[in-house]
Design a protein around this ligand. Structure first.
Ligand code: G3I
Length: 362
């Protein structure tokens, strides 16, 4: 008899493995384990509110796996204020409602961003006084609207260039005109944006957010220096966002160095936009192989365990994945190539990367 139960147990275990679900024994019961359950800090996804409404597996994955959400686009200036003086909070408010109903933390992204998502009307302002008062009014209006609804904001996104200098150039590598707020307002504008955000919502945790800190030491050092300077001057900065759009080839030493150095500032640390590309060379004939998925598993495990290792518990703001699944990830559209950078595939099945994330949490 005991043997029959053993066989039945093996069969159902096989089914669980086949279903690609992680299970954890709790007393006599066996429960599925999600990232949010397993993590001692918040786990987030960047989400599109429309997909949360219309795409059932997308919504289910976020509901089950996340404890925090960030809007991928819906809370950017281009979406909230496409015309001067006009504000449209409809889409963002859908996310506020989702976060409230599902008891998820909502991280605001982003108040000021130089890149082409800033609305055209804002990019055309050249006068420093006009730009300063316009940004101040924008931050006050948006900060007040979301007061008590967002836990935190990326106040300024990507202000530091890859050499560690506040951005002032007029074109990006694709030849697009950028919003040169640093050129018009000077290096210290970032500090003033934090002051405006704090006035608008004194309870929100305020972050500076940037990419490439794991591969560009000059940029990393400049951000640490800026944050340290702000702390000394009493500028209301509470955290640093480490985007971490990386690939399976990103060197581990750089990842560890960035996490460790940012943590030494004493601020909250948010891995704010994590994804790990398999096709950094943007090959047109790229195919996903099990070898690549294994490397991705290792890298997710490394990033998560390194975050746990170096960021003191009181500074662990959490880890946010930039997207939910490979089918809706921003990367293929951006690189015009195939890729699969997230822990869920295009059918929302858990990949080896998911297992790596879970193991990194242990
Ligand atoms: O919604 C329109 C749609 O109506 C239209 O048909 C389509 C045609 O191109 O465009 C759609 O909007 C696109 C939007 O993503 C939809 O999700 C925009 O063109 C496109 O520019 C936008 O890209 C977003 C990008 O930021 C610029 O806002 C990406 O999804 C988003 O993942 C990306 O996120 C950034 C972070 O904010 C900052 N760090 C880097 C990260 C990745 O680039």
């Amino acid at each position: 008899m005991k043997f029959l139960f053993f066989l039945a147990g093996l069969a159902s275990l096989g089914q669980l493995v086949a279903n690609n679900i992680n299970w954890v024994a709790v007393g006599q019961r066996v429960l599925p384990q999600t990232l949010a359950d397993a993590a001692p800090f918040p786990i987030g996804f960047a989400v599109n509110p429309a997909k949360l409404l219309n795409n059932a597996p997308y919504q289910q994955t976020v509901t089950q796996e996340a404890s925090s959400v960030t809007a991928d686009v819906a809370m950017k200036p281009s979406r909230i204020s496409p015309q001067k003086g006009a504000y449209n909070f409809e889409l963002a408010d859908q996310l506020v409602e989702f976060a409230r109903a599902q008891k998820k933390r909502l991280h605001g992204h982003t108040l000021v961003w130089y890149i082409d998502t800033s609305p055209n009307w804002l990019k055309q302002i050249r006068d420093s006084t006009e730009l300063e008062t316009t940004l101040q009014a924008y931050i006050q209006t948006v900060g007040a609207h979301f007061k008590g609804k967002v836990a935190s904001w990326d106040v300024v996104n990507e202000a530091v260039d890859n050499q560690g200098v506040i951005r002032k150039d007029s074109l990006n590598t694709l030849g697009k005109t950028l919003f040169n707020v640093g050129k018009i307002l000077g290096n210290d504008y970032v500090a003033r944006m934090f002051q405006y955000a704090h006035q608008a919502d004194p309870t929100a945790k305020l972050f500076y957010n940037d990419y490439g800190q794991e591969t560009r030491p000059a940029k990393l050092d400049a951000i640490v220096k800026m944050a340290t300077n702000y702390k000394r001057r009493g500028i209301p900065i509470h955290g640093l966002g480490l985007q971490m759009h990386m690939s399976i080839d990103t060197p581990e030493a750089g990842i560890e160095n960035a996490i460790r150095k940012l943590a030494e500032t004493g601020l909250l640390i948010h891995i704010s936009e994590l994804d790990i590309a398999l096709n950094p060379g943007k090959k047109k004939d790229f195919v996903v192989t099990s070898e690549l998925l294994e490397k991705q598993y290792q890298k997710y495990k490394f990033v998560v365990s390194t975050y746990k290792k170096w960021v003191p518990i009181g500074q662990q703001f959490g880890i946010t994945l930039w997207g939910v699944d490979d089918g809706t990830s921003w990367i293929p559209g951006f690189c015009q190539c195939a890729d699969a950078a997230l822990p869920f595939d295009a059918s929302f099945a858990k990949k080896r990367a998911y297992q790596g994330f879970l193991e990194g949490l242990k």
